[in-house]
Design a binder for this molecule. Structure first.
Ligand SMILES: [Zn+2]
Ligand SMILES: [Zn+2]
Length: 304
Protein backbone atom coordinates (compact mmCIF):
# COMPACT_ATOMS: atom_id res chain seq x y z
CA UNK A 1 0.00 0.00 0.00
CA UNK A 2 1.15 3.52 -0.79
CA UNK A 3 2.48 5.54 2.15
CA UNK A 4 0.47 8.63 1.23
CA UNK A 5 -3.23 8.13 1.04
CA UNK A 6 -6.67 9.13 2.20
CA UNK A 7 -8.92 6.49 3.72
CA UNK A 8 -12.60 6.59 4.61
CA UNK A 9 -13.23 4.96 8.00
CA UNK A 10 -16.75 6.30 8.49
CA UNK A 11 -19.09 7.93 5.96
CA UNK A 12 -22.47 8.20 7.74
CA UNK A 13 -24.00 11.30 9.21
CA UNK A 14 -26.23 11.62 12.30
CA UNK A 15 -25.93 8.09 13.71
CA UNK A 16 -24.48 4.69 12.89
CA UNK A 17 -26.31 2.49 10.39
CA UNK A 18 -25.15 -1.10 11.01
CA UNK A 19 -27.97 -2.54 8.90
CA UNK A 20 -27.47 -5.29 6.37
CA UNK A 21 -28.99 -3.13 3.62
CA UNK A 22 -26.50 -0.32 4.31
CA UNK A 23 -23.16 -2.08 4.61
CA UNK A 24 -22.17 -1.83 0.94
CA UNK A 25 -21.58 1.86 1.60
CA UNK A 26 -20.85 1.51 5.31
CA UNK A 27 -22.42 2.07 8.71
CA UNK A 28 -19.83 4.00 10.77
CA UNK A 29 -20.06 7.75 11.37
CA UNK A 30 -17.63 10.41 10.13
CA UNK A 31 -13.91 9.68 10.15
CA UNK A 32 -11.36 10.18 7.37
CA UNK A 33 -7.62 9.49 7.60
CA UNK A 34 -5.07 11.51 5.65
CA UNK A 35 -1.60 10.00 5.75
CA UNK A 36 1.70 11.28 4.34
CA UNK A 37 4.49 8.84 5.22
CA UNK A 38 4.30 8.49 9.01
CA UNK A 39 2.29 11.67 9.53
CA UNK A 40 -1.34 10.86 10.13
CA UNK A 41 -4.25 13.19 10.61
CA UNK A 42 -7.84 12.23 11.21
CA UNK A 43 -10.81 14.33 10.22
CA UNK A 44 -13.48 13.74 12.88
CA UNK A 45 -13.79 10.99 15.48
CA UNK A 46 -17.11 9.29 14.77
CA UNK A 47 -17.34 5.51 15.21
CA UNK A 48 -15.02 5.09 12.20
CA UNK A 49 -12.11 6.03 14.48
CA UNK A 50 -12.61 2.80 16.48
CA UNK A 51 -11.43 0.34 13.77
CA UNK A 52 -8.74 2.88 12.81
CA UNK A 53 -7.47 2.83 16.43
CA UNK A 54 -7.53 -0.97 16.46
CA UNK A 55 -5.43 -1.03 13.29
CA UNK A 56 -2.95 1.42 14.84
CA UNK A 57 -2.51 -1.01 17.73
CA UNK A 58 -1.30 -3.65 15.25
CA UNK A 59 1.71 -1.56 14.12
CA UNK A 60 4.73 -0.02 15.83
CA UNK A 61 5.90 2.64 13.42
CA UNK A 62 3.54 5.50 14.25
CA UNK A 63 2.94 6.78 17.79
CA UNK A 64 1.80 10.30 17.01
CA UNK A 65 -1.30 11.67 15.33
CA UNK A 66 -3.57 14.67 14.97
CA UNK A 67 -7.36 14.56 15.30
CA UNK A 68 -9.25 17.52 13.79
CA UNK A 69 -12.91 17.82 14.74
CA UNK A 70 -15.32 19.80 12.57
CA UNK A 71 -17.65 20.27 15.59
CA UNK A 72 -18.85 18.37 18.65
CA UNK A 73 -22.12 16.74 17.55
CA UNK A 74 -22.23 13.08 18.62
CA UNK A 75 -21.71 11.61 15.16
CA UNK A 76 -18.29 13.33 15.04
CA UNK A 77 -16.94 12.54 18.53
CA UNK A 78 -18.67 9.36 19.74
CA UNK A 79 -15.79 7.06 18.69
CA UNK A 80 -13.30 8.78 21.04
CA UNK A 81 -14.27 6.91 24.24
CA UNK A 82 -13.41 3.66 22.40
CA UNK A 83 -10.24 4.90 20.71
CA UNK A 84 -7.61 2.58 22.18
CA UNK A 85 -4.38 4.55 21.42
CA UNK A 86 -5.62 7.34 23.75
CA UNK A 87 -5.43 4.88 26.67
CA UNK A 88 -1.86 3.73 25.89
CA UNK A 89 1.28 5.49 27.21
CA UNK A 90 3.89 6.52 24.59
CA UNK A 91 1.21 7.69 22.19
CA UNK A 92 1.05 11.43 21.45
CA UNK A 93 -2.29 12.71 20.27
CA UNK A 94 -3.03 16.31 19.29
CA UNK A 95 -6.68 17.35 19.17
CA UNK A 96 -8.10 20.40 17.45
CA UNK A 97 -11.62 21.72 16.89
CA UNK A 98 -13.81 24.80 17.33
CA UNK A 99 -13.24 26.81 20.54
CA UNK A 100 -11.73 30.05 21.79
CA UNK A 101 -8.84 28.26 23.52
CA UNK A 102 -7.25 24.84 24.02
CA UNK A 103 -9.16 24.68 27.35
CA UNK A 104 -12.46 24.96 25.46
CA UNK A 105 -11.50 22.09 23.18
CA UNK A 106 -10.48 19.95 26.17
CA UNK A 107 -13.79 20.73 27.89
CA UNK A 108 -15.91 19.81 24.83
CA UNK A 109 -14.01 16.56 24.21
CA UNK A 110 -14.06 15.54 27.89
CA UNK A 111 -17.73 16.25 28.54
CA UNK A 112 -19.07 13.16 26.74
CA UNK A 113 -16.96 10.84 28.94
CA UNK A 114 -18.16 12.20 32.28
CA UNK A 115 -20.35 10.15 34.66
CA UNK A 116 -23.08 9.05 34.24
CA UNK A 117 -22.49 8.88 30.46
CA UNK A 118 -19.29 6.81 30.51
CA UNK A 119 -17.48 4.79 33.19
CA UNK A 120 -14.07 6.48 32.79
CA UNK A 121 -13.16 10.08 31.99
CA UNK A 122 -10.39 11.53 29.82
CA UNK A 123 -8.13 11.63 32.92
CA UNK A 124 -7.70 7.87 32.33
CA UNK A 125 -6.17 8.57 28.92
CA UNK A 126 -2.50 7.65 29.34
CA UNK A 127 -1.38 9.00 25.99
CA UNK A 128 0.11 12.49 25.93
CA UNK A 129 -2.88 14.56 24.81
CA UNK A 130 -2.20 17.99 23.41
CA UNK A 131 -5.22 20.22 22.82
CA UNK A 132 -4.11 22.74 20.20
CA UNK A 133 -4.68 26.45 20.75
CA UNK A 134 -6.47 28.07 17.79
CA UNK A 135 -3.85 29.74 15.56
CA UNK A 136 -4.70 33.43 14.95
CA UNK A 137 -4.42 33.09 11.14
CA UNK A 138 -6.39 29.78 10.97
CA UNK A 139 -3.35 27.96 9.55
CA UNK A 140 -1.27 25.18 11.05
CA UNK A 141 0.82 22.18 10.04
CA UNK A 142 1.10 18.53 10.90
CA UNK A 143 4.51 17.46 9.59
CA UNK A 144 4.43 18.08 5.82
CA UNK A 145 0.62 18.50 5.82
CA UNK A 146 -0.66 22.11 5.80
CA UNK A 147 -4.11 22.80 7.22
CA UNK A 148 -6.44 25.79 7.25
CA UNK A 149 -10.06 26.07 8.27
CA UNK A 150 -13.11 28.29 8.11
CA UNK A 151 -16.65 28.39 9.43
CA UNK A 152 -19.35 26.66 7.42
CA UNK A 153 -23.13 26.70 7.63
CA UNK A 154 -24.20 24.24 10.35
CA UNK A 155 -25.75 24.75 13.81
CA UNK A 156 -23.14 25.95 16.37
CA UNK A 157 -19.59 26.67 15.27
CA UNK A 158 -18.53 24.16 12.62
CA UNK A 159 -15.31 24.13 10.60
CA UNK A 160 -14.54 23.06 7.07
CA UNK A 161 -10.90 22.01 6.62
CA UNK A 162 -8.57 22.68 3.68
CA UNK A 163 -5.69 20.23 3.70
CA UNK A 164 -2.59 20.33 1.48
CA UNK A 165 -0.90 16.97 1.25
CA UNK A 166 1.56 15.75 -1.39
CA UNK A 167 0.72 18.80 -3.56
CA UNK A 168 -3.01 17.96 -3.54
CA UNK A 169 -5.73 20.12 -2.02
CA UNK A 170 -8.30 18.13 -0.06
CA UNK A 171 -11.39 19.80 1.37
CA UNK A 172 -13.16 18.09 4.24
CA UNK A 173 -16.59 19.68 4.76
CA UNK A 174 -18.67 17.05 6.50
CA UNK A 175 -21.63 19.15 7.66
CA UNK A 176 -22.62 22.20 5.63
CA UNK A 177 -25.88 23.46 4.19
CA UNK A 178 -25.14 24.90 0.73
CA UNK A 179 -27.11 27.97 -0.38
CA UNK A 180 -28.94 28.22 2.92
CA UNK A 181 -30.06 31.83 2.43
CA UNK A 182 -31.26 31.26 -1.09
CA UNK A 183 -33.26 28.21 -0.06
CA UNK A 184 -34.83 29.93 2.93
CA UNK A 185 -35.89 33.16 1.30
CA UNK A 186 -36.81 31.95 -2.19
CA UNK A 187 -40.31 31.04 -1.10
CA UNK A 188 -41.13 34.58 0.08
CA UNK A 189 -39.67 36.20 -3.04
CA UNK A 190 -43.02 36.82 -4.71
CA UNK A 191 -44.29 38.90 -1.79
CA UNK A 192 -41.22 41.14 -1.61
CA UNK A 193 -41.08 44.83 -2.58
CA UNK A 194 -38.67 45.78 -5.38
CA UNK A 195 -36.26 47.16 -2.81
CA UNK A 196 -36.35 43.95 -0.78
CA UNK A 197 -35.88 41.90 -3.93
CA UNK A 198 -32.77 43.87 -4.84
CA UNK A 199 -31.33 43.47 -1.35
CA UNK A 200 -32.12 39.75 -1.41
CA UNK A 201 -30.60 39.26 -4.87
CA UNK A 202 -27.38 40.85 -3.63
CA UNK A 203 -27.29 38.65 -0.53
CA UNK A 204 -27.93 35.57 -2.64
CA UNK A 205 -25.08 36.46 -4.99
CA UNK A 206 -22.77 37.07 -2.03
CA UNK A 207 -23.65 33.70 -0.54
CA UNK A 208 -23.05 31.92 -3.85
CA UNK A 209 -19.65 33.63 -4.29
CA UNK A 210 -18.59 32.73 -0.77
CA UNK A 211 -19.52 29.06 -1.27
CA UNK A 212 -17.65 29.00 -4.58
CA UNK A 213 -14.59 30.41 -2.81
CA UNK A 214 -14.94 27.75 -0.14
CA UNK A 215 -14.83 25.00 -2.81
CA UNK A 216 -12.34 26.52 -5.26
CA UNK A 217 -9.01 24.85 -5.89
CA UNK A 218 -10.09 21.48 -4.50
CA UNK A 219 -8.58 18.41 -6.13
CA UNK A 220 -10.67 16.31 -3.75
CA UNK A 221 -13.82 17.66 -2.09
CA UNK A 222 -15.46 15.55 0.62
CA UNK A 223 -18.82 17.20 1.18
CA UNK A 224 -22.13 16.81 2.97
CA UNK A 225 -24.71 15.40 0.52
CA UNK A 226 -27.14 14.14 3.13
CA UNK A 227 -30.58 14.71 1.61
CA UNK A 228 -32.69 13.99 -1.43
CA UNK A 229 -34.70 17.05 -2.61
CA UNK A 230 -37.85 15.60 -0.96
CA UNK A 231 -36.21 15.13 2.43
CA UNK A 232 -34.42 18.46 2.14
CA UNK A 233 -37.76 20.25 1.84
CA UNK A 234 -38.74 18.93 5.28
CA UNK A 235 -35.30 19.52 6.82
CA UNK A 236 -34.30 22.91 5.47
CA UNK A 237 -32.22 24.82 8.06
CA UNK A 238 -30.90 21.66 9.75
CA UNK A 239 -27.40 22.40 8.41
CA UNK A 240 -27.12 19.69 5.74
CA UNK A 241 -27.09 19.88 1.96
CA UNK A 242 -29.28 18.46 -0.70
CA UNK A 243 -26.92 16.42 -2.91
CA UNK A 244 -28.06 18.34 -6.01
CA UNK A 245 -26.79 21.63 -4.57
CA UNK A 246 -23.49 20.04 -3.54
CA UNK A 247 -22.85 18.62 -7.02
CA UNK A 248 -23.88 21.82 -8.84
CA UNK A 249 -21.63 23.98 -6.66
CA UNK A 250 -18.74 21.54 -7.12
CA UNK A 251 -19.21 21.86 -10.91
CA UNK A 252 -19.34 25.68 -10.73
CA UNK A 253 -16.22 25.78 -8.56
CA UNK A 254 -14.37 23.44 -11.00
CA UNK A 255 -13.56 20.89 -8.33
CA UNK A 256 -11.58 17.84 -9.52
CA UNK A 257 -13.30 15.02 -7.65
CA UNK A 258 -16.30 15.14 -5.36
CA UNK A 259 -16.99 12.51 -2.70
CA UNK A 260 -20.64 12.57 -1.58
CA UNK A 261 -20.38 12.21 2.21
CA UNK A 262 -22.28 12.23 5.53
CA UNK A 263 -24.92 9.86 4.14
CA UNK A 264 -28.30 9.84 5.79
CA UNK A 265 -28.63 6.68 7.94
CA UNK A 266 -32.15 6.19 6.53
CA UNK A 267 -30.78 5.63 3.02
CA UNK A 268 -29.79 2.09 2.11
CA UNK A 269 -27.22 1.08 -0.52
CA UNK A 270 -29.80 1.12 -3.33
CA UNK A 271 -30.99 4.62 -2.55
CA UNK A 272 -27.42 5.92 -2.31
CA UNK A 273 -26.61 4.34 -5.70
CA UNK A 274 -29.61 6.20 -7.13
CA UNK A 275 -28.35 9.47 -5.68
CA UNK A 276 -24.95 8.80 -7.23
CA UNK A 277 -26.51 8.02 -10.62
CA UNK A 278 -28.50 11.22 -10.53
CA UNK A 279 -25.32 13.18 -9.78
CA UNK A 280 -23.65 11.54 -12.81
CA UNK A 281 -26.62 12.58 -14.93
CA UNK A 282 -26.37 16.21 -13.73
CA UNK A 283 -22.64 16.20 -14.52
CA UNK A 284 -23.30 14.84 -18.06
CA UNK A 285 -26.09 17.33 -18.70
CA UNK A 286 -23.87 20.19 -17.63
CA UNK A 287 -20.97 18.81 -19.72
CA UNK A 288 -18.68 19.02 -16.72
CA UNK A 289 -15.46 17.08 -16.16
CA UNK A 290 -16.20 16.68 -12.43
CA UNK A 291 -15.62 13.13 -11.19
CA UNK A 292 -18.19 12.15 -8.58
CA UNK A 293 -18.03 9.23 -6.12
CA UNK A 294 -20.08 7.95 -3.24
CA UNK A 295 -17.81 7.99 -0.19
CA UNK A 296 -17.65 4.36 0.95
CA UNK A 297 -16.17 2.95 4.12
CA UNK A 298 -12.82 1.34 3.36
CA UNK A 299 -12.07 3.27 0.16
CA UNK A 300 -8.44 4.31 -0.09
CA UNK A 301 -7.29 7.13 -2.38
CA UNK A 302 -3.63 7.13 -3.32
CA UNK A 303 -2.07 10.59 -2.84
CA UNK A 304 1.33 9.78 -4.40
ZN1 LIG B 1 -22.70 15.30 11.34
ZN1 LIG C 1 -23.57 18.28 13.11
Amino acid sequence: MSKSYLRFWGVRGSYTAPFQTHLGVGGNTSCVEVRVDDHILLCDAGTGIIPFGNEMMRQKQVRNLLIMLTHYHWDHICGLPYFIPAFIPDWQISIFGPGQSSKDIEEYVSAQMRAPYFPVGTETWLARINYLAPPPDHNFNHGPIAISYQNVHHPGTTYGYRIKARGKTILYISDNECLYLEKSINQQYAEMSDEEKELYDNLKQEEYESELNLFRGADILIHDAQYTPQDYQAKRGWGHSCYIDAVNLAIDAEVGELYLYHHDPNYDDKQLEKIHQHCEQIIRERRSTLICHLAREGTIIDLD
